[in-house]
Design a protein around this ligand. Structure first.
Ligand SMILES: [Zn+2]
Ligand SMILES: [Zn+2]
Length: 145
C-alpha cells in the first residue's frame, strides 16, 4: 500500500485502442508523465487534459494495427494527435520534435512506473477543473432519482 516501487515489477506493459484494432507493448521505463491542459489537448481529449507518458523511441513493439492510425498535426505547433482510424482512441506516436515516444496513459492496460509529475499549460486550464476534487465519487453510474 502506497509503495509505488511495486509498479516497477511489470517490465513490459500491454496497450491498445478501444476497438482493439491497434495493440502494442511498451517497456515500462517512462521518463516523464505530464498532464497537459493546453487548449489543443482539451480538444483532442474532449476533456480537461491529456495524460501523456514519455519514453525513448525504441521502447515500443507494435503487435498489430500500426497502419490503422490517423495523424493530425496542429498548424504552427509541435503538437500532434495520432489516433485509431476506427474508434478514435489516442495511441502512441513519435513526438513532432522527433525526439521521444509519447504514450497516452489511458492506452495502457497496467500501471506505469511513474506517477504524474506535473500539470502543464495551466494558463489555459478550464475553470471547472479547479473543482474536480469536490465532485462526488461513485463506483458506477449513479442511480437515477
Ligand atoms: Zn481502435
Ligand atoms: Zn497540450
Amino acid at each position: 500500500m502506497g509503495d509505488h516501487s511495486t509498479f516497477d515489477k511489470i517490465e513490459v506493459l500491454q496497450g491498445g485502442c478501444l476497438c482493439q484494432a491497434i495493440q502494442f507493448e511498451v517497456t515500462n521505463q517512462f521518463t516523464h508523465f505530464h498532464l497537459c491542459h493546453c487548449y489543443q489537448c482539451q480538444k483532442m481529449t474532449g476533456s480537461a487534459h491529456v495524460s501523456n507518458l514519455f519514453t525513448t523511441k525504441d521502447a515500443i513493439k507494435w503487435l498489430q494495427g500500426e497502419t490503422e492510425t490517423k495523424r493530425y498535426t496542429v498548424p504552427g505547433r509541435q503538437l500532434t494527435n495520432v489516433f485509431c482510424q476506427h474508434c478514435g482512441s489516442p495511441v502512441p506516436h513519435i513526438a513532432s520534435s522527433g525526439k521521444s515516444l509519447i504514450v497516452p496513459a489511458g492506452s495502457l492496460e497496467g500501471e506505469p512506473n511513474l506517477l504524474p509529475q506535473d500539470h502543464i499549460f495551466m494558463g489555459e486550464s478550464r475553470k471547472w477543473h479547479e473543482h474536480i476534487d469536490e465532485a462526488i465519487c461513485f463506483s458506477h453510474f449513479p442511480e437515477s432519482k
